[in-house]
Design a binder for this molecule. Structure first.
Ligand code: HEC
Ligand code: HEC
Length: 363
C-alpha cells in the first residue's frame, strides 16, 4: 500500500515542482532530523512556537495537527513555505522570492514536519466539488466569518480567501479541513453541524473567491549597501514619542520621512517580503539573521533605528531586543506593522525603488 502511494505523491509533486523526483519518504536519519529542527527553530518558531503547536505570535496555525499534515503533505506544505500567503505574516521563504531557502531546504523541512508526527498522507481527489456558492456565502457568514473574517481575510484564523492558499489548496483539501477540523486548535470539525451539501456549498463559495493567481518568481532587487542604511545622513534627529518605551506610531515615522530626518528603518521580515513591498528606505534585516551579524553596519552612535514587521511586533521585537542588549540607545518598533501601514495608505515601494500601488498584483 505504502510504496505505490508514495510514488503517486512523488509523481504529482514532481509535476508541479522543479526539484524533480524529490525524495519524499519519511525516513530522515538523526542527523537530518537535527538539521531540520535547527532550521525550524531559527526560522519558524518565532510564530509557530518551539513545539510547532502554533499561536506563539500572529495567530500562526499549528504545524503539528494531523488533519493538516496528512492532507497538506507534500504539495500544500511546500507551497505555503515557498510562496507564503499574501497579506499575512506568513512570507515566502524560497530563493525565487528573495527568501533564504533552496527547494531542497524546504523539502527537508516538510519531511521533518511530517515525520515528527508520523503521519500517513491521505490521498485526496483532484476533482472539483460543485455546490451553490450563494448558499455557501450565507453559511460562511454565520459559521466561519467570526474567526476567518467577513471576507476570508483571516482574523484569529488563517486567511482562507487568500490567493496563494486557493491556488494550492484543492477543493477536497478544503472540504477535508471543514469536515475534520484541525486537531488541538480552535478549528472544530463541522461533520455534525453541517450537511454534506452545505459543506460543498461552502467549498464552492471559497473557490469563487480565487482570482486565478499564478505562482511566478519575481525579479529580485539588490539589497541596499551599508552606506545607504542611514536615511538623510545630514538631516536632524527625529523626535519620537514611544508607547511603553518601545512602540512608535506610524504617523510619526511618516512625518520623519517627509521631514528628511536622519534615521534607519529596518524591515525584519524575510527578504522575500522586503522584495515584495516595504517602507521607502527600509533595510532588510530578517529576524532569523545570525545574531552576531545583526549589528554589522548599524552605527551605535545614537542614530535612531526603527524596526517593523507584518506581525506587528514579534519579528521586530526580537531584532530591537538584540540591539538594545548591545547598548543601542534610540531604538523603536513601528507600532502598527506594515500591513496596517499599507491599509492606512502610507507610502510603500517594491524592490529597490519601484513605486507600486497598494494592490501589489505580482505577489
Ligand atoms: C512572522 C510569523 C511567522 C513566521 C516566522 C512563520 N510563519 Fe508560517 N504562518 C504564519 C501565519 C500567520 C500563517 C497563516 C497565514 C494565513 O493567514 O493564511 C502561517 C501559515 C503557515 C503554513 C500553512 C499552514 C496551514 O494550516 O495551512 C505553513 C505550512 C507554515 N506557515 C510554515 C512555516 C514555516 C515552515 C516557517 C519557517 C520557515 C514559518 N511558517 C514561519 C506566520 C509565520
Ligand atoms: C472558532 C474559530 C473558527 C471558526 C468558527 C471556523 N474556523 Fe476554520 N480555522 C480556525 C483556525 C484557528 C484554523 C487554523 C487551525 C490550525 O491549524 O492551527 C482554521 C483552519 C481552517 C482551514 C484550513 C486552512 C489551511 O490553511 O489549511 C479551513 C479550510 C477552514 N478553517 C475553514 C473554515 C470554514 C469553512 C468554517 C465555517 C464552516 C470555519 N473554518 C470556521 C478557526 C475557525
Amino acid at each position: 500500500m505504502r510504496q505505490p502511494f508514495f510514488s503517486a505523491l512523488t509523481f504529482l509533486f514532481a509535476i508541479y515542482c522543479s526539484p524533480t523526483y524529490a525524495d519524499l519518504s519519511l525516513t530522515l536519519n538523526e542527523e537530518e532530523m537535527a538539521k531540520a529542527n535547527a532550521m525550524y527553530q531559527q526560522y519558524c518558531s518565532l510564530c509557530h512556537g518551539k513545539d510547532r503547536a502554533g499561536y506563539k505570535a500572529d495567530n500562526a496555525p499549528s504545524l503539528k495537527s494531523h488533519s493538516m499534515l496528512s492532507t497538506a503533505y507534500p504539495q500544500l506544505l511546500f507551497d505555503s513555505i515557498a510562496w507564503g500567503r499574501v497579506n499575512s505574516a506568513m512570507d515566502g521563504y524560497s530563493r525565487d522570492m528573495g527568501g533564504p531557502f533552496s527547494d531542497s531546504d524546504i523539502i527537508l523541512l516538510i519531511r521533518w514536519l511530517a515525520q515528527k508526527e508520523s503521519i500517513t498522507p491521505v490521498e485526496l481527489t483532484q476533482t472539483s466539488i460543485s455546490g451553490d456558492a450563494l448558499k455557501g456565502k450565507a453559511l460562511y457568514a454565520s459559521n466561519c466569518a467570526s474567526c476567518h473574517g467577513d471576507k476570508g481575510q483571516g482574523v484569529t484564523a488563517p486567511a482562507i480567501a487568500d490567493q496563494l492558499f486557493l491556488s494550492s489548496a484543492t477543493d477536497s483539501y478544503i472540504k477535508h479541513a471543514i469536515v475534520n477540523g484541525r486537531d488541538d486548535t480552535p478549528m472544530q470539525s463541522f461533520k455534525n453541524q453541517l450537511e454534506d451539501d452545505e459543506i460543498n456549498d461552502l467549498v464552492a463559495y471559497l473557490r469563487s473567491q480565487a482570482s486565478g493567481w499564478k505562482k511566478k518568481p519575481i525579479e529580485l532587487a539588490q539589497w541596499p549597501s551599508a552606506d545607504e542604511y542611514v536615511l538623510n545622513p545630514k538631516g536632524q534627529d527625529p523626535t519620537f514619542n514611544l508607547r511603553e518605551g518601545r512602540y512608535v506610531p506610524a504617523h510619526e515615522v511618516v512625518r520623519a520621512l517627509e521631514d528628511k530626518k536622519k534615521f534607519i528603518v529596518l524591515d525584519t521580515r524575510p527578504g522575500s517580503a522586503w522584495q515584495r513591498i516595504h517602507i521607502p528606505g527600509a533595510v532588510p534585516m530578517p529576524y532569523y539573521r545570525d545574531k552576531s551579524k545583526i549589528a554589522d553596519n548599524l552605527p551605535n552612535d545614537g542614530t535612531w533605528i526603527v524596526a517593523y514587521c507584518a506581525c506587528p511586533h514579534a519579528a521586530s521585537d526580537s531584532v530591537i531586543n538584540h540591539l538594545r542588549s548591545l547598548g543601542y540607545k534610540n531604538t523603536a518598533v513601528i507600532d502598527e506593522g506594515i500591513l496596517k501601514w499599507i491599509e492606512m495608505g502610507l507610502p510603500v515601494i517594491a524592490g529597490k525603488d519601484k513605486v507600486v500601488g497598494l494592490e501589489d498584483k505580482d505577489g
